[in-house]
Design a protein around this ligand. Structure first.
Ligand code: NDP
Ligand code: 2IT
Length: 453
């Protein structure tokens, strides 16, 4: 008896998912990212048996390489500290590995694998020639002196340098890794290689090979994508009430662009709680507190008398039209999703990577809330990183307006491509299906063309 194509595709994805869980049972974030992916790509597997014949899912879910290493460094009291570092080089089918480094106490193999896995498809969606990678360390930059961060970064790079290079693997920033950290990492790489490989890291300072608009790119890109998505529902971002979680790089520039476009941002947060400003968040104050002084968001009400701080609660308890989660994974669970819907949310766009749990996503979809998945919505950061690499290769620097214009074009294209693919595969309006299948097709076809490697 022949089983239906649908049943065969589901059997294939189930087999892959079960084997992943069996192999690395503790990697729950990685399982979550893979589950979200596998449950949406069956229409592509049904259409063509070449993916199973070529063992594409088996290969896609196993990193080409995962390095884990010791990072010894000396703190300001002369005490030796040891952290753990990672770099996952997940897939190089369409270009050299590309993706950020995260410095946060929660970093482990599961976190870097979930981020690296998603990076493969996100990077494919940009339309630029970059493969997927990610890395980081359980080092916590919070409360460390600049000198401690430098000593740590130099030790980290001493090992990482063996694995990266402008045509091999190009790291950048992520949580806890900003211009200060990239500067120290770049300096050590230059010293170790004895050459100014501008294209070895992105997110560099503007004085030594960085690109204008890279700082703004992820946050601006999230808002550009959101405005495209809203058009399909005859909505605009202008005059909408927006709530953003986090107050780091992505959150700050998502707020800035939303405000540019006429929205009112009423709340943002950090890991200690959230601020509410009925007059609209003043982004310059947030920049001063978070980027310059490296302090807590709870400082904000000292500068704005109508604003309040609420400790240890989700910023998404504020009533809003548009929710932009821009802090961390799994910050929106089913309960928060239901609360957002009860409060009348009209759209959700993910600035952070995997900020919504699978249950939260289902809740948004069941309630027909326009939803922009992170792989598509936050791809602007890595896209401008690839533009930084292009400028480095050409040994020139583009103007801010040129980069911003390219970014807008890329985000529009990603929105169009994900919408078209979703419709073509019978799931109109489902941008998760659109993003996953569009990314998958590009990477899988390149893998098949390159043989069994
Ligand atoms: P930053 O380090 O600049 O800021 C992170 C923000 O999120 C801070 O406000 C931080 O609060 C909060 N946060 C981080 N981790 C946690 C946690 N475990 N629990 C609660 N709050 C947390 O990072 P980015 O803005 O660069 O990154 C934010 C998200 O966007 C991440 O998911 C990242 O992977 C994703 N992203 C980043 C890109 C980039 O170009 N930077 C590109 C695409 C996606 P606190 O200061 O209190 O820790
Ligand atoms: O998650 C991401 O896309 C990033 N942290 C940006 C990666 C990059 O290479 O710019």
């Amino acid at each position: 008896m022949t089983i239906s194509k649908q049943a065969a595709a589901e059997k294939y994805t189930k087999r892959i998912f079960e084997s992943i869980k069996e192999r690395d049972p503790a990697e729950v974030e990685f399982h979550q990212a893979v589950e979200e992916f596998l449950t949406t790509i069956t229409p592509a597997l049904i259409k063509d048996s070449k993916f199973e014949q070529n063992a594409i899912l088996e290969r896609l879910t196993e990193p080409e390489r995962l390095v884990s290493f010791r990072i010894p460094w000396v703190d300001d009291h002369g005490k030796v500290q040891v952290n753990r570092g990672f770099r996952v080089q997940f897939n190089s089918a369409i270009g050299p590995y590309k993706g950020g480094l995260r410095f946060h106490p929660t970093v482990n193999s599961s976190i870097v694998k979930f981020l690296g896995f998603e990076q493969i498809f996100k990077n494919a969606l940009t339309g630029l020639p970059i493969g997927g990678g990610k890395g980081g360390s359980n080092f916590d930059p919070k409360g460390k002196s600049d000198e401690e961060v430098m000593r740590f970064a130099q030790s980290f790079m001493t090992e990482l340098a063996k694995h990266i290079g402008p045509n091999t693997d190009i790291p950048a920033g992520d949580v806890g890794v900003g211009p200060r950290e990239i500067g120290f990492l770049f300096g050590q790489y230059k010293r170790m290689t004895g050459a100014f490989h501008a294209g070895s890291l992105t997110g560099k300072g503007l004085g030594y090979g960085g690109s204008l608009a890279r700082t703004e790119a992820t946050g601006y890109g999230v808002v550009y994508f959101t405005t495209e998505m809203l058009k399909d529902y005859d909505m605009k971002i202008k005059d909408q009430k927006v709530v953003v979680s986090g107050s780091g790089n992505v959150a700050i520039y998502a707020m800035e662009k939303a405000i540019h476009l006429g929205a009112t941002v009423i709340g943002c947060s950090d890991s200690s709680g959230y601020i509410y400003d009925p007059d609209g968040i003043d982004v310059d104050t947030v920049k001063q507190i978070k980027e310059v002084e490296r302090k807590r968001i709870s400082e904000y009400p000292k500068h704005h008398k109508n604003a309040t701080f609420t400790a240890n609660k989700s910023v998404f308890e504020l009533k809003c039209d548009i929710a932009l989660p821009c802090a961390t994974q799994n910050e929106i669970d089913e309960k928060i999703a239901k609360l957002l819907i009860k409060n009348g949310v009209k759209a959700v766009a993910e600035g952070a990577n995997m900020p919504s749990t699978l249950e939260a996503i289902k809740t948004f979809q069941d309630n027909h809330i326009p939803f922009a998945p992170s792989k598509a919505a936050n791809a602007g950061g890595v896209a401008v990183s690839a533009l930084e690499m292009a400028q480095n290769s050409a040994r020139l620097s583009w103007h801010f307006e040129e980069v911003d214009h390219e970014l807008q074009k890329i985000m529009r294209n990603i929105h169009t491509r994900t919408s078209v693919i979703a419709k073509e595969y019978g799931e109109e309006g489902n941008l998760i299906v659109g993003a996953n299948i569009a990314g998958f097709l590009k990477v899988a076809d390149a893998m098949i063309a390159q043989g069994v490697i």
